[in-house]
Ligand binder design. Structure first.
Ligand SMILES: Nc1ncnc2c1ncn2[C@@H]1O[C@H](COP(=O)(O)OP(=O)(O)OP(=O)(O)O)[C@@H](O)[C@H]1O
Ligand SMILES: [Mg+2]
Length: 351
């Protein structure tokens, strides 16, 4: 039995299904990211957990206890909303104290807990400010302190970094992750940002159309995407249209390749840009490699790597080379090679 369990959760709004069938098991102290595009059902899933939305079907258990019929304030979950949702008329301390006052804790205890929570998020000394007198990052910390002060059994964070600038977002990612780890708090973290999911969580659940398409470590999901959607959504990938030769061999850009094909139907072969290499046309290539040929359209230096766009018989592809690689002339005829095992075939019309 896992600490947090979601089993067959479903929520419909009229004819549309916001969450179709979500099952997920999270261990105590683990941080799991719900990663997916806009509208896939991430927030609805969190709101069902928190008791803010009633599921049509399914069960939620924390430490073996059924949550489904408990009202929100009895679930002991800390929720950080995307917009922070701070009370504008209350001070920082008043905002953080809110959940404890709701639970009718003694005044002295509340003061102590609020002080501890503000110290944890490094806001000591700002307790009498109003939310409008704080920066975006500081407001975010208040929202986090407000969620943590009740010592929640589960922490729910909904896109809570999306309003911050890139630098602050990065700093907050590390800070939240280190607080989450030091408190050992079981966390579900909603985001549509892959970097956030990768840096902040132990495992990632990729959501698509109200379902979990795949759950695993960042490496599982990136190296072994379970579906075409996951391969496209997480990281970058070239999709090369494949055809079948008369002998059943797979052809990419009209050349036969050592790539496995699905039993039937049209398909594309996905390859990560950094798994590809550009070599001279004349270079001999082992039989364990895929090789297509084309012409360099563009080569762009983007800081830590060089992106090279190559056009050939089957379209265009992008190769990511380490910066410092020998310069490549636009218009040059080259071969692009990669290991056969780095080719991921997916049916063309599949999810
Ligand atoms: N109260 C509601 N009434 C009707 N439809 C809703 C309601 N809440 C959500 N939906 C619909 O359910 C689907 C899932 O919404 P949800 O907010 O869970 O998506 P999300 O993954 O959080 O998206 P985003 O990344 O944009 O925040 C969407 O199509 C949305 O329009
Ligand atoms: Mg949302």
């Amino acid at each position: 039995m896992s600490y947090l369990e979601l089993a067959g959760l479903q929520k419909r709004y009229g004819a549309s299904v916001a969450v179709d069938d979500v099952s997920l098991a999270v261990e105590k102290g683990e941080a799991v990211a719900l990663l997916g595009p806009s509208g896939c059902g991430k927030t609805t899933t969190l709101r069902m957990l928190a008791g803010l939305v009633e599921p049509d079907r399914g069960a939620i258990r924390v430490d073996g206890i059924a949550m489904t019929n408990l009202p929100a304030h009895k679930r002991n979950m800390g929720y950080v909303f995307q917009s922070y949702a701070l009370f504008p008329h209350l001070s920082v301390a008043g905002n953080v104290a809110f959940g404890l006052e709701e639970r009718r804790r003694p005044k002295a205890e509340i003061a102590r807990q609020v002080e501890d929570a503000l110290a944890l998020v490094r806001l000591a000394g700002l307790d009498q400010r109003r939310p409008r007198e704080l920066s975006g990052g500081q407001q975010q910390r208040v929202a986090l302190a407000r969620a943590l002060v009740i010592h929640p059994s589960v922490l729910l964070l909904d896109e809570s970094l999306s309003n911050l600038d890139a630098k602050l977002r990065d700093a907050m990612r590390h800070e939240i992750r280190s607080i989450q780890r030091s408190l050992g708090i079981t966390t579900l973290f909603v985001t549509h940002d892959q970097v956030e999911a990768l840096t902040m969580c132990d495992r990632i659940a990729v959501m698509h159309r109200g379902r979990i398409a795949q759950i695993g470590t960042a490496e599982d999901i990136y190296e072994r995407p379970a579906t075409r959607f996951v391969a496209e959504f997480v990281g970058r990938a070239n999709a090369l249209p494949a055809t079948r030769g008369p002998d059943g061999k797979v052809l990419l850009w009209n050349e036969p390749q050592p790539v496995a094909a699905p039993a039937s139907g049209e398909f594309d072969v996905f390859v990560r840009p950094q798994r590809m290499r550009i070599v001279p046309l004349s270079e001999a290539v082992g039989s364990e490699n895929v090789r297509v040929s084309g012409r360099i359209l563009r080569s762009v230096f983007v800081g830590d790597h060089v992106e090279v766009l190559v056009e050939g018989a089957g379209g265009q592809l992008t190769v990511e080379m380490p910066s410092g690689s020998p310069a490549l002339a636009e218009g040059a005829e080259v071969a692009v090679i990669w290991r056969a095992q780095d080719s991921l075939p997916f049916p063309r019309e599949a999810p």
